[in-house]
Write a protein that binds this ligand. Structure first.
Ligand SMILES: [Zn+2]
Length: 84
C-alpha cells in the first residue's frame, strides 16, 4: 500500500494515516515544528496520534489545505428547498 499521495484539491504531498480511532486522515508529508500529531509506523500503515498543539511533528492536511472546505462538506448546505 502506497501511503504517499497528492491532495486532489491543492496538489500538496500528503501521507494517508489512520487515526487512533481507525479513520483515515491525510497528513502533510512535511514535518512541521509545533504540529499536533505524531506519526507511528506500524507495518504498512501509519498511525497519526494526536498529542496536542505544539507537541507533535506533523499536522493534518485538513488544517493546511486551502481547499479544506471541499473535504469537509457541510451538512444541510448545498441543496435549496424546492431545487433538485
Ligand atoms: Zn489540499
Amino acid at each position: 500500500m502506497n501511503l504517499t499521495a497528492k491532495c486532489r484539491s491543492c496538489g500538496a504531498a500528503i501521507l494517508w494515516c489512520q487515526t487512533t480511532t481507525g479513520k483515515k486522515m491525510p497528513v502533510d508529508e512535511k514535518p512541521v515544528a509545533g504540529g499536533n500529531l505524531t506519526l507511528d509506523g506500524e507495518c504498512d500503515c501509519l498511525v497519526a496520534v494526536v498529542v496536542g498543539p505544539g507537541k507533535g511533528t506533523h499536522v493534518s492536511h485538513y488544517a493546511t489545505c486551502p481547499h479544506a472546505g471541499l473535504h469537509r462538506k457541510v451538512k444541510g448546505q448545498g441543496s435549496l428547498p424546492g431545487v433538485g
